[in-house]
Ligand binder design. Structure first.
Ligand SMILES: Cc1cc2nc3c(=O)[nH]c(=O)nc-3n(C[C@H](O)[C@H](O)[C@H](O)COP(=O)(O)OP(=O)(O)OC[C@H]3O[C@@H](n4cnc5c(N)ncnc54)[C@H](O)[C@@H]3O)c2cc1C
Length: 138
């Protein structure tokens, strides 16, 4: 079975940050993501509250996070994590691409906003439909 020092689940801002810290500490890091790297930031139209970045689209900022993690040679793998479990005291990450034994696991799987399910909601996310008053609500 594949063995890694640090397995991070979720490549949103939290997972990317954990990867950067892990790699800078010299750890062997595997970052697992089931969808697109960047996480929720990908569905944000405009970012203007991140210090140092006066204006960016969500995908642009997400790409900056990705490039930053890659600069430190983080291995990013597209895989859906089904569960984590202890087997004989060993930490195992179970994914759709196989099992991985990890010395440490960071779970950074984020959150999902609840939707109303009303007409027009899905197609206008990031273009008027907001889930966060202080983020993109303005
Ligand atoms: C519409 C919208 C606008 C926003 N606007 C702003 C803004 O302007 N400014 C701001 O600061 N914040 C904004 N936010 C909030 C910001 O996007 C979140 O706070 C941030 O993305 C949370 O980061 P995270 O890494 O904790 O989680 P997430 O971004 O949710 O990332 C979690 C990642 O884990 C992955 N994952 C989940 N389960 C699994 C699994 N089983 N296996 C593998 N991978 C998995 C997901 O695919 C995802 O990529 C906005 C959010 C939304 C939805």
């Amino acid at each position: 079975m594949e063995k890694r020092e640090l397995v991070i689940i979720g490549a949103g801002p939290a997972g990317m940050t954990a990867a950067i810290y892990g790699r800078r500490s010299g750890l062997d890091v595997l970052l697992l993501e089931k969808g697109a790297t960047g996480g929720q930031i990908n569905i944000t139209d405009e970012i203007e509250n991140w210090p140092g970045v006066q204006h960016a689209t969500g995908p642009e900022l997400g790409n900056m996070f990705r490039e930053h993690a890659l600069k430190f040679n983080t291995e990013i793998r597209i895989a859906d994590v089904k569960k984590v479990e202890l087997r004989d005291g060993k930490k195992i990450v179970v994914t759709d691409k196989g099992d991985i034994e990890a010395e440490a696991i960071v779970v950074a799987t984020g959150a999902h906003f609840r939707r109303l399910g009303c007409e027009g909601e899905a197609e206008h996310i990031g273009q008027g439909v907001s889930f966060c008053a202080v983020c993109d609500g303005a």
